[in-house]
Design a protein around this ligand. Structure first.
Ligand code: HEC
Ligand code: HEC
Ligand code: HEC
Ligand code: HEC
Ligand code: HEC
Length: 357
């Protein structure tokens, strides 16, 4: 009996671990980008920060890995793979977090391409002259379904990214649904970049699979934050405009910082964070939180202005620098990640200079 159970499990695990390697041979650009992205390190064994947080979780002792649906959504408990995403057909809404609904058809992937919208390219191998060559329709390896609206409006991201809420109804994070076809999760985080999508059918560009974000390629997103410095009668104003449809940062572990310099003199920095805590007003891990202690993060589409009463004179240079830490320093200590390179990283996201003439 044991063996009967073991065999199908073994076969599925072989399949899942080989599938991404197969993609590599025909989608090298995308594969290379993807395996440098944070999705490809979503499992505890690949991400020290995720592991450190999981190690503190009360379910850890019960060996009940409650992060699985989003962090290792496959039989083999590996980080997110190509197939884990391209087989998502839709999602089911739920209070704590949503759930992905996947197709069970083999080698059947969903994708978006306006030129082919509405079509289904079925994987068909036709043997030619005595089996010397194979003719195929579209991709020689898989079927592609271009009819799924969720790949055009980016709702396919929402099974994992919509929200993650604890049993006291406090959100660890939350994003509103993407609404427009012109600006959505995909257009901002997976913009078209140079290089062919496949090695068989050559295209000029492909959708960036490094997933621009806090960890990777933040410069691709810097145009979505506007910084303006303007001199006023009694000093100067610095305004920040987050033009993205979600809070500037989402993970409660993060902290952003605005630093103002006049010539080379630094004024005290302004911090942006969303801090979760308990009834005694102590900061806690998201699962223990009963309330939001403070929330100074830039909200979706928010424009916020800061006034500085330092008087400026001709020749002065004002610099505003906006950036973020992956981990806020207190969480870093709590998680014992002081020596972790990523945990210590500060990214300068955007800066602006005003020269007084
Ligand atoms: C033998 C080569 C080959 C392999 C292996 C392969 N693909 Fe493809 N794939 C193609 C070709 C060729 C196309 C373009 C088909 C077309 O445009 O008609 C394509 C298209 C796609 C598309 C849709 C592109 C679009 O136009 O939007 C996706 C998604 C995709 N492949 C995913 C994968 C994944 C995931 C894997 C690995 C599990 C994989 N492919 C393995 C050759 C391959
Ligand atoms: C199967 C679940 C899942 C799906 C589907 C998914 N993501 Fe993610 N995403 C994650 C997880 C989990 C992480 C964090 C990975 C980690 O902890 O290492 C992440 C991280 C990210 C990040 C990086 C954030 C940072 O801090 O750098 C971006 C950007 C992102 N996802 C965008 C998207 C977009 C856009 C889509 C839809 C096209 C999408 N994701 C679909 C689970 C998912
Ligand atoms: C509903 C899906 C979902 C579940 C369940 C989930 N996560 Fe995540 N997690 C994400 C997404 C999406 C991200 C990407 C950043 C964001 O949106 O905040 C992420 C990012 C993270 C990060 C930041 C990683 C980094 O390197 O910056 C940590 C840590 C983390 N999750 C821990 C956990 C732990 C621990 C659990 C289980 C107790 C868990 N998550 C359960 C979706 C989920
Ligand atoms: C108008 C462009 C835009 C759109 C649309 C957009 N984002 Fe973002 N996103 C940003 C910017 C800007 C940041 C912050 C800078 C960074 O992460 O480097 C960001 C950050 C993120 C992060 C990292 C947050 C963290 O704390 O680690 C995730 C995850 C993310 N977005 C997912 C999504 C998802 C999912 C959608 C669709 C619902 C989406 N975004 C829609 C621009 C956008
Ligand atoms: C987090 C989810 C996610 C993961 C993981 C993912 N993709 Fe995609 N992929 C998408 C989405 C969404 C699109 C549609 C974007 C578009 O057409 O604008 C896409 C588009 C594509 C395309 C068509 C690109 C183009 O520009 O025509 C190919 C090919 C592809 N993916 C292959 C892969 C391969 C190979 C992997 C693994 C190395 C992979 N994808 C991993 C979400 C994902």
């Amino acid at each position: 009996m044991k063996y009967i159970l073991f065999i199908p499990l073994f076969i599925t695990s072989l399949l899942s671990s080989n599938l991404d390697n197969a993609c590599k041979s025909c989608h090298l650009n995308i594969y290379t980008e993807y395996y440098g992205s944070i999705h490809a390190t979503s499992a505890p064994k690949d991400d020290a920060i995720h592991k450190a947080v999981w190690d503190k979780h009360p379910n850890k002792d019960k060996n009940d890995y409650t992060c699985k649906e989003c962090h290792t959504p496959n039989e083999v408990e590996k980080s997110i793979s190509c197939v884990d995403c391209h087989t998502i057909s839709s999602f089911k809404e739920d209070k704590i977090h949503n759930h992905n609904i996947k197709t069970t058809k083999e080698k059947y992937f969903y994708s978006a391409d306006i030129a082919q919208k509405g079509k289904i390219q079925n994987f068909k191998k036709e043997n030619g002259f005595m089996g010397f060559f194979n003719k195929s329709n579209g991709s020689p390896y898989h079927s592609i379904d271009y009819t799924n609206e969720n790949y055009y409006n980016s709702k396919m991201c929402m099974g994992c990214h919509s929200h993650n809420t604890n049993d006291k109804a406090i959100d660890a994070c939350r994003i509103a649904m993407p609404t427009t076809k012109e600006t959505n999760c995909i257009t901002c985080h997976m913009p078209q970049v140079n290089g062919s999508a496949t090695s068989i059918k050559i295209t000029k560009t492909h959708a960036y699979h490094g997933f621009a974000g806090v960890h990777n390629a933040p410069q691709m997103l810097s145009k979505y934050l506007e910084i303006k410095i303007s001199q006023t009668k009694n000093g100067f104003d610095v305004s920040l405009h987050n033009t993205s449809p979600h809070p500037f940062l989402l993970q409660p572990l993060r902290v952003a910082k605005l630093t103002i310099k006049i010539n080379s003199k630094k004024l005290s920095p302004i911090l942006f964070a969303r801090i979760l805590g308990d009834e005694k007003n102590n900061p806690t891990m998201p699962w223990d939180a009963t309330k939001v202690l403070s929330d100074t993060m830039l909200k979706a589409n928010e424009k916020r202005s800061f006034h500085f009463s330092e008087n400026l004179k001709n020749g002065d240079m004002v610099e505003a620098e906006f950036g973020f830490f992956v981990l806020n320093p207190k969480a870093k200590e709590k998680l014992e990640l002081q020596n972790n390179e990523t945990a210590n990283k500060f990214t300068v996201f955007k800066s602006e200079i005003l020269k007084i003439k």
